[in-house]
Design a binder for this molecule. Sequence first.
Ligand SMILES: Cc1cc2nc3c(=O)[nH]c(=O)nc-3n(C[C@H](O)[C@H](O)[C@H](O)COP(=O)(O)OP(=O)(O)OC[C@H]3O[C@@H](n4cnc5c(N)ncnc54)[C@H](O)[C@@H]3O)c2cc1C
Length: 406
Amino acid sequence: MTGKSLRSDVTVIGGGLVGMATAIGLAQIGLSVTIIDMAPKGDLVAQEYDGRSSALAYASCRLLDGLGIWDHMEPYAQPILEIRVSDGPSLFHLHFDNETLGDGPLGHMVENRHTRIALFKRLEDIDTITYLAPEKVARIERTHGEARVITESGIEVSSTLLLGCDGRNSIVRKHADIGVTHWGYGQTGIVCSIEHEFSHCGIAHERFLPSGPFAILPLTGNRSSLVWSEKDHLVETIMALGPKAFEAEVKKRAGDFLGDISVIGGRWAYPLTLQCADKFHDNRLALVGDAAHGMHPIAGQGLNLGLRDVAALLEVIADSARVGLDYGDEGTLERYSAWRHTDTLTLLSVTDVLTRLFSNDIAPVRHLRDAGLATVDKITPLKNFFMSHARGTVGDLPRLLRGEPL
Ligand SMILES: Cc1cc2nc3c(=O)[nH]c(=O)nc-3n(C[C@H](O)[C@H](O)[C@H](O)COP(=O)(O)OP(=O)(O)OC[C@H]3O[C@@H](n4cnc5c(N)ncnc54)[C@H](O)[C@@H]3O)c2cc1C
């Protein structure tokens, strides 16, 4: 491919969950897209790639349905019927039940690998998307009317709009010199899956332990995904434990309500931080998903927030393109940025407060949050408010998240 020149309407750097969903939506609008990812496709769908599973809010599932992706993932999606939140051994807890709202599951748990496989399956039906991988970006150039990407192997891709969907260390963001606010919590997320004797009954458990939140999230069959937030300085030792010792630590934290437990597959460690780009667009360029923002997984909202970006961006681009306007111009991108920035800052702030509140063992703070959990659990309208947020059905929602066509 060396020396080859390509032209497409939009170039997407980063073919992760957000980048691929964006590209599929753009193709649905009638635009041609080139996706560039540095990882080989085989790695992205391999069992050992990231071990992560995502709790997809009800509204995110609607978006994936609207983009023709959901049918490919549904067989691997476990409906979340209840969420139980507890504060360590305290008797106070919070219980969300999908039957209270009476409008289907609160969301679905899907292994990221299966979502990626579904995205690649959907790509097979579309001939206006060019997928280049593994390809590293060597240079990005932008003029008033165009963005050009040159890869290390010498392929040149020019387009009307460039999208940075390249994750937390986005080179697109760095290229545009967009600053980022960033802080850590001294915590790392250890991720693994377990197989258990009893059914999880579709219940997601979030326990607040002194080292940080410990989540047991239901997968299809008698399996669950664990996100174990641990203090940074202990993580190297935990990750180096032999299989039996690691399993014993997991059992200590998970308890015995699922019967006999065994750890299946690998284990992964992710630094847990908060970050937000100073702005989400620049000349001929926009940031989407983790390239724009990242958060602690305490509320399982990172990807859901990224998919809200996707829905908003697709809507402003579709509205401009349909009336013959330049969908990569300042006006269109400014609408996207303004729409997404406030919602993002709100969710980041809420997540930050929750993480701090539920990651310490100081007695007055513990009493305060126990009282908070007990209060919310007893006030139905307040509970419904939180549940609607968990389902992603509140706020100024783009059409795709409302279940309407693009
Ligand atoms: C432990 C943990 C649990 C989580 N649980 C949940 C959950 O339950 N629900 C939820 O909503 N969210 C959750 N999240 C957040 C979620 O995983 C992320 O928000 C989501 O994966 C971000 O997707 P993305 O496509 O924006 O970025 P990424 O997944 O980081 O994808 C970026 C892509 O860009 C490519 N790339 C990077 N740099 C370059 C480059 N220079 N050139 C070309 N390609 C490049 C990469 O190869 C990759 O394919 C969790 C996160 C963690 C850490």
